[in-house]
Ligand binder design. Structure first.
Ligand SMILES: Cc1cc2nc3c(=O)[nH]c(=O)nc-3n(C[C@H](O)[C@H](O)[C@H](O)COP(=O)(O)OP(=O)(O)OC[C@H]3O[C@@H](n4cnc5c(N)ncnc54)[C@H](O)[C@@H]3O)c2cc1C
Length: 404
């Protein structure tokens, strides 16, 4: 179901075919099992296996590396569809996508050859790690550090927090401090591609010194793991600095901020997807449930709510499209990505809440899907930068642009 027929008119034939394929996959394979995995907080192995088969882990990876070579706009449309089913399955793809973006944009040829083909098929998955127990928004305050050893490797020590795909990933794109004296601090930060054993809590052998504690218990966004990562004497070869040591040392902050721009569009697309599903549930229930002798959809207050939900949903989708199309055209789109993230994540939460209200008491029951959406939606206000941080970025850029 879409809010209006025009919802699809802005797609190319290829985009139309892919999003229809993903929608069918979501209807048949994701929605029927989402509640079960949500209630059990279990990883949806069978769904991820099918996502591998559909090539969804390599959507933006170039064809020469075995991916589909599609643009960010098409990727965002896919994320909208996946999130309509369950934002956790979109989450499994999202940090993997950020890792592949970092490699494609900043990786050395050797790094691309080594990792991208296996990432494209989903054989290995990636995580993206900046946050620490004491910081999320204030990235320059990172304490995890890498120090060069006598044999040329780097030794990494420190603790990371909230790592999506933290357990099952094989690669973690990790932002650490490499020059503690750098001023401002961001000039002393580096992104390492740290390898690990997928699924192992205690890494051994080449990856010794990396522990993955039990996954964090969350309000929603179940199934996909969020973990801490403890690096304690973990050795990483210098060649695993993103872009190589010569180019990549102390440039990690800039690389990660660039990746966050697409990461924000990612989250915005998730906001659209969850809002779409909430809208579908709300408009259906409103026509089924009767009060005072007629379907509640006949009450003007409910119609107004549905009108606002549909309008916000369309607007959020268009905001995402603007940001992705600019990025695909090679235009720096920090403001547009920030606006899309801010607007679509807030819309996700608001439309879900409206659909929850339309469900009355049943919305509070675990028997109804809207209950899960109500617990899932708030994550989008936090991940890839909170709404407050988006406003800071947007405000600063707008003042620069309109300087008198
Ligand atoms: C489920 C989940 C998955 C995540 N996955 C990842 C991941 O894969 N990788 C990763 O690196 N991180 C991940 N994160 C972390 C996420 O990016 C951070 O939680 C987020 O950036 C906010 O940081 P914080 O939690 O430390 O909040 P804080 O930075 O402590 O902020 C607390 C509050 O203060 C506000 N605030 C902070 N600074 C300012 C300011 N200057 N002005 C006004 N208000 C301000 C914030 O908006 C917020 O409301 C994940 C988080 C969650 C919950």
């Amino acid at each position: 179901m879409t809010t209006t027929a025009t919802h699809f008119l802005d797609k190319t034939d290829e985009q139309q075919a892919i999003t229809e394929m993903v929608r069918q996959f979501v209807d048949e394979q994701v929605l029927p099992v989402a509640e079960k995995h949500d209630h059990e907080d279990s990883f949806p192995d069978e769904v991820v296996e099918q996502m591998n088969e559909l090539g969804l882990f390599g959507v933006t990876i170039p064809e020469e590396y075995g991916g589909m070579g599609l643009d960010l706009t098409t990727y965002a449309m896919i994320v909208e569809e996946l999130s309509r089913g369950w934002i956790s399955v979109a989450g499994i793809v999202n940090t993997h996508f950020i890792g592949s973006y970092l490699l494609m944009k900043f990786g050395s040829d050797e790094q691309k050859d080594k990792y991208l083909p296996r990432m494209a098929t989903g054989e290995i998955r990636a995580a993206f790690s900046m946050s620490e127990p004491e910081l999320g928004s204030d990235v320059q305050a990172i304490k995890t550090a890498a120090t060069k050893t006598a044999d040329g490797d780097y030794e990494i020590n420190g603790q990371k927090m909230w790592v999506t795909n933290g357990l099952r990933s094989a690669l973690v794109f990790l932002l650490v401090k490499t020059d503690p004296e750098a001023s401002p601090p961001f000039k002393g930060m580096t992104c390492f591609i740290t390898e690990k054993e997928p699924g192992a809590h205690e890494n051994t052998g080449d990856y010794a010194g990396l522990t993955v504690p039990p996954q964090l218990k969350k309000m929603g966004y179940k199934g996909v793991e969020s973990t801490e990562l403890v690096y304690d004497g973990y050795r990483c070869p210098a060649e695993n600095i993103l872009g190589g040591e010569e180019v990549g040392l102390n440039t990690g902050f800039i690389q990660m901020m660039d990746a966050l721009e697409v990461g924000r569009v990612n989250v915005a697309a998730r906001g659209v997807g969850i809002a779409q599903r909430a809208f579908e549930l709300g408009i259906k229930y409103a026509q089924e449930r009767k009060t005072f002798g007629k379907p509640i959809a006949q009450h003007q207050a409910i119609q107004f709510k549905l009108a606002d939900m549909g309008t916000k949903l369309e607007a959020a989708h268009l905001r995402v499209l603007k940001a992705t199309r600019l990025k695909d055209a090679g235009v720096r789109s920090e403001v547009e990505a920030g606006m899309a993230k801010l607007f679509a994540s807030e819309v996700g939460k608001e439309v879900v809440e409206d659909a929850f209200r339309i469900h009355g008491g049943y919305g509070y029951s675990k028997e109804y899907e809207i209950e899960r959406l109500y617990r899932d939606a708030p994550l989008l206000l936090i991940g890839e930068g909170t709404s407050e941080i988006q406003r800071m970025v947007i405000g600063r850029k707008l003042i620069e642009k309109h300087k008198i």
